[in-house]
Design a protein around this ligand. Sequence first.
Ligand code: MTE
Ligand code: MO
Length: 433
Amino acid sequence: MVESTRHPPVVTSRASPPGPFRQDFWRSPLRGPWLSSLLGAALMPLIVTCAFTGYLSHAAYDPNLGHNAVNPGGVDLYFFRWPTHPAWLYAVTQGLHVAAGVAAIPLLLAKLWAVIPKLFEWPPIRSIAHAIERLSLALLVGSGLFVLATGLLNIQLFYAWRFSFVPVHYYAAILFLAALAFHVVVKLPVARRAFRERGVLAPLRESLIQTAPEPAGHDTTAPTNPGTPTISRRGFVATVGVATAGLGVMAGAQSVGGPLRDLALLTPHGRTRGSGPNDFQINKPAATVGVSAGQTGPDWRLVVMRAGATPLSFSRADLLGMAQFTYDLPIACVEGWTTTQRWTGVRLGDLARAAGAGPHDQVLVESLQTGGAFHQATLAANAVNDSRALLALRVNGVDLSLDHGYPARLIVPALPGVHCTKWVSRMTFAAEA
Ligand SMILES: Nc1nc2c(c(=O)[nH]1)N[C@H]1C(S)=C(S)[C@@H](COP(=O)(O)O)O[C@H]1N2
Ligand SMILES: [Mo]
């Protein structure tokens, strides 16, 4: 028998167990290198967006926020200081991160469906090269699903695990990107050939009747025993595309206001609670973190000091007696939701001067809340010195509600929501390291 070099005949090992391990088990005529390549190519811009905005998010978390930012081995991988202009910067980068990640889910599932015969290859290992390829695919798929799943659970506020989300999501993403780079290098020739032979988009012009299987061969996902198509490639790709766009819009809508906001159907912070001045999204209500009205009553004092110097103490009336400023600023959460409100309060710069802090001082802000990752935050000097950075006392013309941080909370332009500490009790200025 003469083997064709282009499509050598399928060698189904006699030892191959029945069912999915037999290549003729997988019958969809849609599967093949062209479909896998198209879905892979479509995933790339979403993955690049997630990777880039994820990196930016870690940069925005700097400086050290209660050890939440990831600085491997203490090495600062962020070669720039996160700016405080424009105020909506983090709302955009993190909104994109979450929208692109959510939009990738249907595409990734479709891609996995397209290549699933590879999972059941028999014999499982044919050579050392084959073993390396399969191991890299296991890493790629495993880390990819893990990064998406942890991200998805995080934006649903579901923390039913014991590890800390930030470093785990971060390192899994690095593993994924490394495995992806390897995969792209290995598969680029396959994709090139599929697109050259079939056209990049030409198969999308075929109707159901014209839908023919890709040629089967050794080491391909194209079926050796194709069934009759029940959907055209165009129909399949359009279905996945609509799911991708729809989920992306629903996730992205929580980063915008106005009527589009109502499209944020699948995320807990999508909708507002009512029409009152304090009825916007709440990340953690006071009761859930153990902050009570008793602690925030008339006896509450804000302690402000420069490290090592005599502490100053302010009552809420003292703070209201200082110069008040009002700005429209967003809270932009790492979970990909944003809400812009009108905040009124004291400039951080004025508190810094009152404490005798220098122009290059950072500030450690601590909350009445005792536990939890966000009971404190450190702001860099550029945030302290931004004239719109406030210790807010009021919102939309009324006192802050307890859930939004009464008696006083931080609101800082362009920083992640985690830096907007609620129920502030102490601010300590110190020179930046
Ligand atoms: N003390 C304290 N401050 C906090 C938090 C917290 O859990 N505890 N959550 C932060 C996070 S993650 C966000 S997104 C904002 C949300 O503010 P909101 O609850 O007023 O909407 O508050 C920040 N301030
Ligand atoms: Mo947040």
